[in-house]
Design a protein around this ligand. Sequence first.
Ligand SMILES: Cc1ncc(COP(=O)(O)O)c(C=O)c1O
Length: 429
Amino acid sequence: MEPILVTIDKNPAASSKDVLSGYLDRSWAFLAELQQSSEMEFVIGDSQGSYLWNIERTHRLLDCGNAGGVHSLGHRNPELLATLRTAFDRHDAGIWSMPTAESLALQDSLAAMAPSPGLCRCVTTLSSTDSIDLALMFAMRCTGRNKLVAYRHGYHGHGGLAALVTGSDYDGQIEHYSLSRSQTRFFDEYDRAASVTQLLDGDCAALILELMNFETFEPASPAFLQEIAADCRRKGILLIVDETRTGLGRSGLPWLTSHYALSPDIIILGKGLGGGLYPVSVLLTTQPIYDRCLNEGHWGFSSSMAGSPIASLVAAKVIEIIQRPDLTANVKSLETQLTQEFAALCDEFPAVFAPGSVLGAIATIGLRSRSVRDAIQPALFKRGVMCHSVSLIEPAVVKFFPCLTSEASVVTELADALRGFASELGRND
Ligand SMILES: Cc1ncc(COP(=O)(O)O)c(C=O)c1O
């Protein structure tokens, strides 16, 4: 049968159904099947602020997942669009081998915001996956070792060395692609230091982790981080903190690292760094590590399109915006409102909801039973709310990552959707 061709910029434009059946026929069928099996079919037409509309504009979704922070400053943020438009008027991707003022300025603004003063050098890449790949290579060069330690249920990317440190059955690709099974040791219990330190030895180049549990969004305890960081120092292992999701004001401070007395050797930023408009990620590290990897020897890292003036300008603007007092205050009030609304929901529906955790705009509410866990994501979707995800390990929680620019009405809308879901469950019991 002839495939139905999907057209853009022509009449009639492609419908959501055309796109989904096109995916089923001749593209990434898995994505379309995932949407269909969960009854969450949605092909994005327009997006603005906290909201998405489907192609037909018959459905609006409140985006409380925003791809893990890609759209943290809101979809199509007008200030970032203006920055990019101006950048496009003057620049292109540049020539990778030629230094630019914009790239140097980006490094200076990152160094000024860094959670510890030693972190003053940056490498710009196209994605966090690339930055993590590079960070792990840096660790191998600096230590002369090649074993890696990571959290079993963490996520750091699906390519290169990042794929080697992404180890869960659900997210990992090690088995799928027959990648090396011997290079990474995974610790299974987040927040229990002994689970990590028993894996750290003289073969180990790096420990990589997020400062919150990837699956449950629970922030690490200070004691856990203190103990594993001290053990890394003792054993000469580099500590790499992945702030791809948690950085850029998400936690109420510029970095989640800033909540702790912690000096990582390398920090990764990405996703929202490009304002959801342009691909850019950075690896931030110390001068000795940077010099050892990039300035000793030739071409320690290069990528034709990475570190362009355009990427540097948009990233520098994001860094400026997330440090503004009005944005910080907005995240604080979202945190307060989310805490209050979720506590009220737990009181109102004790058989459905349990306390979760809220830090800045990283929020969860606990789910009491398996049936609630299975039903909640599509049920919220039907009520016009897209959550981030539901945890695959205990404790069972539904996770939210609203835009940092969200108005108070967004939290009310989210709470109303949760309330509607719980009330309907009660009626059907
Ligand atoms: C914590 C973390 N690290 C790294 C990555 C990889 O980022 P990207 O897909 O932008 O390369 C992700 C993506 O979801 C992530 O959540």
